[in-house]
Ligand binder design. Structure first.
Ligand code: SF4
Length: 395
């Protein structure tokens, strides 16, 4: 199983919006097309209501779901079908008769970005419809190819925010991608069902909410974006590909004792690099900056709050690196940055947030084992002076 980046999107209100949703139109369609000829609307409605009372009435408290296909079976038993139609076809017909949907704005940009960044994208929806119907619906909207899997409460029998549905989905995702629970990003528009459910399950929620009044913010205590375009921006700024974090202090990665964060991805590809496993930008684990900082702070002793950010090449993730440096600054961490680029290539914004800087590619013909911190003699080490000036140090 290959490790990968995983994002789950809620369906209605996140991927698709309802232009209209009229269950009665579905019943009407059943009477006209599927149920025994001459079935009256009132008779079909009675069966639907009986099914609802028996199976769906308390679903917001029990978090249990009933599927439309089971309901159709009840129609078949009580009233009968005029032909031997497959249930999956009736279900899709029912959907088309009862609902009209449109894709949410910003969705195509977000999906293209996720594809470009090699995310595995899944759908998790509270709906009586099966995954098969949802897949057909996504295909009909021309976006089916962007998704690696679709999971519905109708198939599972349980709904968000209950743990059982999250567990059902996570288990199936793990059959496709090796991903830790807290690396899974979940985007949804419902505070209770999506955000709080995902949080309890220890996914990383992003709350899609255009409501600017701030209601629920404290409760959610997670990222909040107004639309899917902002969601893309949030991902870029707040999630990093991480190759690893040292378990113990290192004395050879900058001044003093330092915990080392190895970021994933390097476009420099120096000949003789002994860290080639960090080259692939999609190879590491995806972590929220917040989670990474929490993890690092737990490893830091009070007397040595020093971190070196190395790679890979940390500057290949510029937006998230900025966020990381800001968070380390807030936590009073002394930061050393290792880059294969030159001093001039590092932005002033980055320089303003760090204390030490090592620059320069690894040049195998200048390889050294005697100069501290350096892989090759051409590299340079700088320290920030008391007035913010950068001083080159001879190591
Ligand atoms: S910059 Fe560092 S990680 Fe990247 S190729 Fe050169 S030595 Fe390897």
């Amino acid at each position: 199983m290959k490790p990968g980046r995983v994002i789950i999107l809620d369906l209605f209100g996140t991927i698709l919006s309802d232009v209209s949703n009229k269950y009665e139109k579905g019943i009407d369609w059943l009477c006209r097309e599927i149920l025994t000829v001459g079935t009256e609307y009132a008779a079909a409605k009675r069966v639907a209501e009986e099914y609802f009372r028996a199976n769906m009435q308390n679903r917001t408290t029990t978090h249990k779901e009933a599927s439309l296909q089971k309901q159709l079976e009840m129609f078949r038993e009580r009233i009968g079908f005029r032909d031997n139609f497959p249930l999956s076809e009736i279900e899709y017909g029912f959907f088309k008769a009862s609902r009209v949907t449109a894709i949410e704005s910003g969705l195509m940009e977000l999906l293209s970005y996720l594809k470009e960044k090699d995310f595995s994208v899944f759908v998790m929806s509270n709906t009586i419809f099966s995954a098969e119907t949802v897949k057909r619906l996504l295909d009909a909207h021309g976006i089916g190819q962007y998704f690696n899997g679709v999971y519905t409460s109708g198939d599972c029998g349980h709904r968000k925010p209950g743990n059982k549905f999250f567990s059902y989905v996570y288990k199936r995702i793990r059959e496709k991608v090796a991903v830790k629970r807290d690396e899974v990003i979940f985007v949804g528009n419902s505070l209770e069902k999506d955000v709080l459910g995902a949080k309890r399950f220890r996914f990383n929620p992003i709350w899609l909410s255009a409501d600017k009044c701030g209601f629920g913010e404290e409760l959610a205590d997670c990222a909040r974006v107004e639309n899917l375009l902002e969601c893309k921006d949030y991902l870029e700024r707040n999630f990093l590909s991480v190759a690893g974090i040292s378990k113990h202090y290192s004395v050879s990665d900058g001044e003093g004792n330092r915990i080392v964060v190895y970021l994933q991805g390097c476009d420099l590809k120096c000949r003789g690099c002994h860290n080639q496993s960090t080259w692939n930008e999609f190879g590491g684990r995806i972590m929220s900056v917040r989670r990474l900082v929490e993890d690092v702070l737990l490893r830091l002793a009070r007397a040595a709050r020093n971190v070196t950010i190395s790679g890979g090449e940390p500057l290949t993730q510029p937006k998230a690196l900025q966020t990381l440096l800001t968070e380390f600054g807030r936590a009073g961490v002394d930061v050393c940055l290792y880059t294969g680029r030159e001093f001039e290539d590092v932005s002033d914004e980055v320089k303003s947030k760090i204390h030490y800087l090592k620059t320069g590619r690894f040049v195998h013909t200048e390889k050294t084992t005697t100069k501290g911190y350096y892989g090759s003699a051409n590299q340079k080490f700088f320290a920030k002076g008391a007035n913010g000036e950068w001083l080159k140090k001879d190591i």
